[in-house]
Design a protein around this ligand. Structure first.
Ligand SMILES: Cc1cc2nc3c(=O)[nH]c(=O)nc-3n(C[C@H](O)[C@H](O)[C@H](O)COP(=O)(O)O)c2cc1C
Ligand code: SF4
Length: 556
């Protein structure tokens, strides 16, 4: 008897790390959906109980379980796309089964539509085109960049352009002349902390992985970028993929990990192709793979695509997703540095964090630290979108005044309009009102306002926008994306959405405020991960800055 077609599709992945997601994508791409027969065969081959596999597959937005489901177009209805007419586009697609999808990470571009394995933007004349992330604008005179310093020359240029601008010199310097401990010390001098949201010092994470017992260790690049209003990682990967790969290899050398996994959000199909090509090119040239640059350091990178779930950006949920488990966040401690991928020491780092590492190695930690202003170290990429003349990614010195970015770099709001509010940390940091923008772009300054900078997404809403409606959409997103593991978040986000929509809750203002504050406080204290802890910042900041709008909403 010959090999059954389903087994032939599974076989090449069986001995690879993190095989479930690529196998599911293979079947989904081949059949246009995940059939019961396919799931039964996968369950048998990977020894995952069928009921668990069904639960896991249903958790992701992307996988269709009905024939033809893969081809149904999905329209981004994230906060900025909603401002840009996403609902109108969705209404033109009902005959093809068009569905809404949460923020697709393209807030500096026209509304994106995903169809099969392609992502398009819909132009005004209703034609579909594919395109890469817009390149970042050049900074004002006198501003020095780090991760964007060469991105414009490297874009589309492959390995040749990367090497012509100093690429892989950091790796060479480290492998030939520095011990892993010296690499970690350079990172300490740089002051680099995680750019994925939590801001943990990179050198401490790497040292903890290096010191932890257990092999093989793993470097995971978190390229899930699901936070609405964040699109910086996509730009880095589209235009400078080798910088991310070199950063991963340096993290592998420093921590003692021989393998890296890049977990890419499903909504970036063009980026997936670019990364796969860059990995092949780097392997061919001896910068990845066995005995890199003739040394005894070997490092292999595997690209894995997610399947549409915001919570998979949370590092422990991401690890469960890679391991083929239901992607709930894990209880911590233990932390991934000691018990990460396959329960072994793992450094999970964000794309921007990793892309910052090669220039730190070539130019020195002190150089990087000196790029910040007012006592802050380094730079931060801010994804700026919404009601602003020049949306896009900006690499700013850490500590730059927010108003300088908004008004001098990005042109301010449209003529005759005022900034009513901006979000911080994408959506997770809630709002700062336009009347309270006296902050600098660094964690201590933004935290003093009750918010946080996080991954650096800032969405601007001008004075024509209804902040109650914006808040309802934001909370609906959190309710939709809550993984449901703990009830304060699962139920709290729903209750807050109902109150913001006006479909439930007291009709007396003081009672409404007490109830909303009470739900929010409970969520902050008892939710197990950052999603449930951050979502109440939306209602908190709405009440702080827009009390009259809330009063009209509740009492009419
Ligand atoms: C709900 C939630 C979503 C997250 N999404 C992302 C993400 O998309 N990308 C990312 O790098 N970090 C994300 N994080 C933060 C990660 O858990 C983790 O802190 C980060 O990947 C560590 O890398 P860093 O130290 O380089 O920042 C998220 C956290 C939470 C709570
Ligand atoms: S806080 Fe929300 S998203 Fe996080 S684990 Fe609990 S239910 Fe899941």
């Amino acid at each position: 008897m010959g090999v059954r077609p389903n087994d032939a599709l599974i076989a090449p992945w069986r001995d690879e790390p993190a095989p479930l997601l690529p196998i599911l994508h293979e079947f989904h791409d081949r059949d246009g959906y995940l059939s019961e027969e396919a799931l039964r065969d996968i369950s048998r081959a990977l020894r995952i109980p069928l009921a668990d596999l069904y639960g896991t597959v249903s958790f992701y937005h992307h996988f269709a379980k009905e024939p033809g489901g893969r081809e149904a177009p999905r329209v981004c209805t994230g906060p900025v796309c909603a401002l840009n007419g996403a609902m109108g586009i969705l209404e033109t697609l009902p005959s093809s089964g068009g569905r809404a999808m949460p923020c697709a990470g393209r807030c500096d571009d026209p509304v994106p539509v995903l169809k099969g394995s392609e992502a398009f933007v819909v132009s005004l004349d209703n034609t579909f085109e594919t395109r890469l992330s817009p390149l970042p604008a050049r900074p004002p005179e006198g501003i020095e960049e780090c991760v964007f310093a060469h991105i414009r020359e490297r874009s589309n240029g492959g390995l040749k352009a990367y090497q012509a601008t100093g690429g892989y010199e950091g790796l060479r310097k480290a492998l030939v002349g520095l011990t892993p401990e010296e690499v970690i010390r350079e990172m300490e001098t740089s002051g680099l902390s995680g750019r994925g949201g939590a801001g943990f010092p990179t050198w401490r994470k790497w040292k903890a992985v290096r010191d932890a017992p257990g092999d093989p260790k793993t470097v995971v690049c978190n390229a899930d970028e699901g936070e609405p209003g964040c699109f910086k990682d996509r730009a880095l990967m589209d235009h400078d993929p080798h910088a991310v790969l070199e950063g991963m290899a340096l993290a592998g050398y420093a921590t003692g990990a021989p393998r890296g996994i890049l977990y890419l959000r499903y909504e970036y199909p063009d980026t997936a192709r670019i990364l796969e090509e860059a990995v092949a090119e780097a392997e061919e040239a001896g910068f990845l793979g066995e005995s890199i640059l003739g040394t005894n350091f070997s490092f292999k990178i595997h690209v894995r695509r997610g399947a549409g779930a915001y919570i998979c950006g949370e590092e422990t949920s991401l690890l469960n997703s890679l391991e083929g488990k239901h992607p709930f966040p894990r209880n911590r401690p233990p932390y991934p540095v000691t018990h990460g991928f396959e329960n072994l020491p793992t450094a999970v780092n964000n794309v921007e964090t990793l892309a910052t590492v090669p220039p730190i190695l070539t130019r020195g930690g002190a150089w990087y630290a000196g790029l910040g202003v007012n006592g802050h170290a380094g730079t931060k990429v801010i994804s700026l979108s919404g009601d602003i003349l020049r949306p896009g990614n900006y690499e700013v010195p850490m500590g730059l005044p927010l108003s300088t970015l908004l008004h001098e770099w990005a042109g301010g709001p449209r003529e005759g309009r005022q900034v009513q509010a901006v979000t911080m940390a994408g959506l997770s940091g809630g709002y700062l009102a336009g009347t309270d923008l006296d902050v600098t772009l660094d964690e201590p300054s933004v935290r003093a306002k009750g918010s946080f900078l996080g991954a650096g997404g800032i969405m601007v809403f001008d004075d024509t926008r209804d902040m109650m409606e914006v808040s309802r959409m934001a909370m609906e997103f959190f309710a939709e994306e809550s993984c449901g593991k703990c009830f304060p978040c699962r139920i709290g986000t729903e209750r807050l959405t109902e109150r913001l929509a006006g479909t439930a809750g007291p009709k007396v203002l003081s009672a409404w405020i007490d109830e909303v504050n009470d739900i929010g406080a409970t969520m902050k204290e008892t939710s197990a991960c950052g999603l449930g802890q951050a979502a109440p910042l939306i209602t908190e900041s709405l009440l702080r800055y827009f009390p009259q709008r809330v009063a009209r909403h509740v009492e009419g």
